[in-house]
Write a protein that binds this ligand. Structure first.
Ligand code: PLP
Length: 476
């Protein structure tokens, strides 16, 4: 590509990105598309000859873009609402340009040291002690696999040599994110060695039940290995009682991992710091900046007070990777299965510097406030019920009606393209989930979406009841 052609194309892409942010509310959040529809519109084989970039960019706009679910849309409320913000986008642009590989200090000194510096800044914002070693992985799914791998090395030192001993047990709650169970399966624990501890009426892990299950495993000759507690569980954002769980972990010398992938960011807000109570007693802790810290997918941070154990569980070098600096620099490849690592710290650095702690707190606080606005709207309409507490920025609610009717409601809202919500099941009830976390979501977005939800519910009822009787609980 000629230099000037690259420059023109880069300007054109930058213009498109800026326009995308300006017009984002005019696009449907969910595409009206069926599986296979896009593939059928694309050539089955790759081109023999190169094509002009303008044509590729044009096709992106006309064919690919309309087939996308818009995760950066202010009315994307499904799963966890996330944001790729302008400074993060620009940093990713630079990272792709540099294409450095942050596997060793030598392979990219600035990427390694910026990772240390930005994770130290974040650690301070969260009020964690400087004993916490931080590392960036792509996702929390990979991070929790590394954490459980370290837990195994903690309770069974040398298992990297002699192999995993039988009867090591991992403790989750019924509401722990599936990535923890998947990690334990991948590591070879076996699903029969995974315990799902029941939750209380607020969907928090019950320490009494955890203590009982651990005692029963010990008396049967098994070895408790790792407990995963959640700070902001996926279904409801429940915050497990970490202090009580930590006491149990300490009593039995079990590794305690905290999954704060979504919820952890809220602790940057001073009045929310309480959600991390007990974190200093955990062995490892995960927070995803790509969820609720304004950084593009992918970027997940793991902190541990036991970097040597993480290293023992994960490191394996080779002659061709040896460098003269090995003894006095961090080589991040030693703390995970990945050798090649993207320059993710650059987007943390851009975002942290651009917004500053105060700017980030203001954005987080606004999401927390909007969730309370939504909670009040739900509670003030007796056709609906709140299905779980709202400690962070997610509300779970349902029509006082059958599960089938709630499923129809969700499908109809999402088919409108005006907002995208997801669901979960709580105590046998199908429940709608509305998560707030996008940096552009405004109070008007919440009010309009609530109107959409009510109107859609009324419309569904009118279809069932053409007589037009008032929308009332039992008839929904
Ligand atoms: N933990 C929690 C609480 C989550 O909600 C999620 C995803 O939504 C994960 C872990 C997995 O995150 P990732 O997509 O980074 O693997």
């Amino acid at each position: 590509m000629e230099k000037d052609d690259f420059r023109q194309a880069a300007y054109a892409h930058a213009d498109w990105i800026a326009g995308y942010f300006e017009q984002i509310r005019s696009f449907p959040v969910l595409p009206a598309i069926k599986p296979g529809e896009l593939s059928s519109r694309l050539p089955p084989t790759a081109p023999e000859q190169g094509e002009p970039l303008e044509k590729i960019f044009q096709d992106f706009q006309s064919t690919i873009f309309p087939a996308l679910t818009l995760w950066n849309h202010p009315r994307f409320f499904a799963w966890f609402s996330i944001s790729s913000t302008p400074p993060s986008i620009l940093a990713d642009f630079l990272a792709a340009t540099l294409n450095v590989n942050a596997m060793l200090w030598k392979s990219s000194p600035a990427a390694t040291e910026l990772e240390q510096v930005t994770l130290s800044w974040l650690r301070q914002w969260l009020g964690l002690s400087d004993q916490h070693f931080g590392i960036i992985y792509d996702t929390a799914s990979v991070g929790v696999m590394q954490a459980i791998g370290a837990a195994r090395e903690f309770v069974d030192p040398g298992c990297r040599t002699h192999g995993m001993r039988p009867g090591l047990i991992v403790y989750l709650s019924e509401h722990t994110h599936s990535s923890s169970e998947k990690a334990a399966i991948t590591l070879g624990f076996g699903q029969q060695n995974i315990r799902k501890i029941p939750v209380d009426e607020q969907f928090r892990m019950r320490p009494d039940a955890l203590a009982r299950v651990i005692a029963s495993d010990i008396s049967a000759g098994r070895r408790p290995c790792c407990i995963v507690a959640s700070i902001g569980s996926t279904s409801t954002t429940a915050i497990d009682p970490v202090t009580e769980i930590a006491a149990i972990a300490e009593r039995h010398n079990v590794w305690l991992h905290l999954d704060a992938a979504y919820g952890g960011s809220a602790a940057i807000v001073p009045e929310m710091r309480y959600i991390l109570a007990g974190v200093e007693r955990a062995h490892s802790f995960i927070l995803n900046p790509h969820k609720w810290l304004y950084v593009s997918v992918d970027c997940s941070v793991l902190y541990t007070r036991y970097p040597d154990i993480l290293r023992r569980a994960s490191s394996l070098s080779a002659e061709y990777l040896r460098t003269a600096e090995d003894d006095h620099a961090v080589n991040y490849m030693d703390y995970g299965v990945q050798l090649g690592r993207r320059f993710r710290a650059l987007k943390l650095w851009y975002v942290f510097r651009y917004y500053g702690r105060e700017g980030i707190i203001a954005m987080l606080r606004e999401s927390l406030r909007l969730a309370q606005v939504l909670k009040e709207l739900i509670e003030s309409d007796d056709r609906f019920e709140l299905s779980a507490p709202v400690p962070l920025s997610l509300a779970c609610f349902r029509l006082r009606a059958s599960n089938a009717r709630n499923e129809q409601l969700l499908a109809a809202i999402n088919a409108s393209g005006k907002a995208f919500l997801s669901h979960t099941v709580l105590n046998g009830h199908f429940v709608l989930r509305l998560a707030i976390g996008n940096f552009q979501t405004s109070e008007q977005d919440i009010l309009d979406t609530w109107d959409l939800i009510k109107e859609t519910a009324e419309h569904l009822t009118a279809q069932v009841d053409p007589g037009g009787r008032a929308l009332a609980g039992a008839e929904l």
